[in-house]
Design a protein around this ligand. Structure first.
Ligand code: PLP
Ligand code: TYF
Length: 393
């Protein structure tokens, strides 16, 4: 039986990690997988996470099962962090296996409600969105998103395409810090997006994997909150991997907002059912770390400060890289790097130029020219800037 299996295409982002490891050159630079690294290239456990783990170790009296939906304290804390007070009473939620699990369960929920639903995804998007949609055999279409000339959002084309979505279609949006481009709609553009969703009756599915890495923890949630206020039904898949630095704990949440108690309860039942079909109980350790932090004023303040330090580090690396490129080229054509938000920027380089940067300078970025800003430090920024210019980007 197992001999019938076909070889599967590797995840290009993850296979880049192996290529980087195998490279023996000194001074090689890893700008691949989306993991935050400090200026020393390390991904330490966050202070508040360590403190929360210690408290859990000291106080936790049992590791018996929680519930199919996960721990209510975690779900309440996450609802508050993502939505504030905007949607109270409208939210059904389940803890999931990371943000990826939340996306998968969201799509399963959509399929359960109507298997013919068309999902609209940005072009480009996180490759796993497409991988999961293809695996599930779920109908999907791409909407234009990235303008390769300005390296900003191709907003008119995006809005135009979303305007053609049908009632009941699902539109997958990156709530902040778009992966892989780093280009994001302005607040005014988000308003227009909400307007188009209201007009068409399409349902937003918001992927929120980098809350706090763009303009701040509260600011990054604003588009999601605004949409939650205006639209009758909204799905939100949030990840704690990046902003709590608990990647391997696999901590995420799916929230489904509706406009009646009856629908909310139906959604809650269906989501718990879907957890049961896939893995029974969702993982708890990461969720408990998150709720321990978010429900304790002192830990929360320390966590907020560390997230802010990460955000500022990303911003200053962006500024430095844009400035180096301004100096080297005598133009402002790389200023988009400073305008982008989150961990990533899409450079707009060709695959050949990406390969040249790898060959010449040991710089590893994803083939679509996505670079992880956190892979840089003050010393490697000039090296990257020179390679970008030498590769003819
Ligand atoms: N969505 C996007 C856009 C991402 O970049 C990620 C990446 O890590 C996720 C979702 C989910 O992450 P995880 O499953 O590690 O929580
Ligand atoms: O885009 C990234 O780099 C992160 C991490 O299969 C990631 O989202 C990459 C690939 C993958 C899962 C997570």
């Amino acid at each position: 039986m197992l001999g019938n299996l076909k070889p599967q295409a590797a995840d290009k982002i993850l296979s880049l990690m192996a290529d980087f490891k195998a490279d023996t050159r000194q001074g090689k630079i890893d700008l691949g997988v989306g993991v935050y690294k400090d200026p020393n290239g390390l991904t330490p456990v966050m202070r508040a996470v360590k403190a929360a783990e210690q408290r859990i170790w000291e106080n936790q009296a049992t590791k018996a099962y929680t519930s199919l939906a996960g721990d209510p304290e975690y779900r309440d804390a996450m609802q508050q962090m993502v939505l504030g007070d905007t949607a109270s009473g409208r939210v059904a939620s389940v803890a999931t296996v990371g943000g990826t699990g939340a996306i998968r369960q969201a799509l399963e929920l959509v399929r359960l409600a109507n298997p013919d639903t068309v999902i609209h995804v940005s072009d480009p998007t996180w490759p796993n969105h497409l991988s999961i949609l293809n695996f599930m055999g779920q109908a999907h279409e791409m909407y234009p998103y990235f303008d390769n000339d300005t390296r900003g959002v191709a907003f008119e084309a995006m809005l135009d395409a979303l305007g053609r979505a049908k009632k009941g279609d699902v539109v997958l949006l990156h709530g902040c810090c778009h992966n892989p481009t780093g280009a994001n709609p302005t607040a005014a553009q988000w308003d227009e997006i909400a307007g188009v969703l209201e007009k068409t009756g399409a349902i937003p599915l918001i992927d929120l994997a980098y809350q706090g890495f763009g303009d701040g923890i509260e600011a990054d949630a604003q588009p999601t909150r605004m949409i939650a206020e205006r639209l009758p039904e909204v799905l939100i898949a949030a990840s704690c991997s990046k902003n709590f630095g608990i990647y391997r704990e696999r901590t995420g949440i799916l929230m489904a907002l509706s406009d009646s108690d009856k629908t909310r309860d139906l959604a809650q039942g269906a989501m718990a059912y879907l957890n049961r079909q896939n893995y029974s109980f969702p993982p708890d350790h990461g969720a408990r770390i998150v709720s321990t932090i978010l429900t304790d004023a002192e830990l929360k303040a320390d966590w907020q400060q560390e997230v802010e330090e990460i955000r500022q580090t990303l911003l200053s690396l962006r500024e430095q890289l844009a400035q180096e490129l301004r100096d080297l080229t005598g133009t402002d054509r790389f200023d988009f790097i400073a305008r982008h938000r989150g961990m990533f920027s899409r450079l707009g380089a060709t695959p050949e130029q990406v390969a040249a940067m790898r060959q010449m300078a040991g710089i590893y970025m994803v083939g679509d020219s996505r670079l992880n800003i956190a892979g840089l430090n003050r010393d490697s920024v000039p090296v990257l800037a020179r390679a970008i210019v030498e590769a003819g980007v």
